[in-house]
Design a protein around this ligand. Sequence first.
Ligand code: AMP
Ligand code: ZN
Length: 139
Amino acid sequence: MENCIFCKIVAGEIPASKIYEDSEVIAFLDISQATKGHTLVVPKKHVRNVLEMSEEMASQLFSPIPKIARALKKVTSASGLNIINNNETIAGQTVFHAHIHLLPRYNKEDGLAIHFTEHDPNFEELGLLAGNIQKEIQA
Ligand code: AMP
Ligand code: ZN
């Protein structure tokens, strides 16, 4: 797609620190390096995000992730690794060509802070919501 920075990287029109490539997927170091080794795994074909992906594209995109993650963790001597994917602006997406962030983790002050606010469960509401989502998936 025209004016898409990741399409330009896939086409070799702008440089990237590439670490992996197969027929459908490319992975390169994120320019911002939120933590050392921060990597983006990107489908070669332009798609906006996971919400617009086919099952086939999703399986092609996700299947190399374990081996890339293991290599990243080993080479950086990280203690662990977060996998993050942002879909739409409200969720933090800024580049609208799908990508999965792999973020090696070193310690609690390594530059990445993820916080979940916990709420007391309302089991009636959870049951209703789960039922509605199940129906939508099967529709
Ligand atoms: P997101 O906010 O999830 O859409 O993530 C977009 C990511 O793309 C950010 O972490 C940017 O640092 C990264 N990024 C933008 N331009 C480039 C580029 N030319 N090469 C590598 N990473 C990039
Ligand atoms: Zn693109």
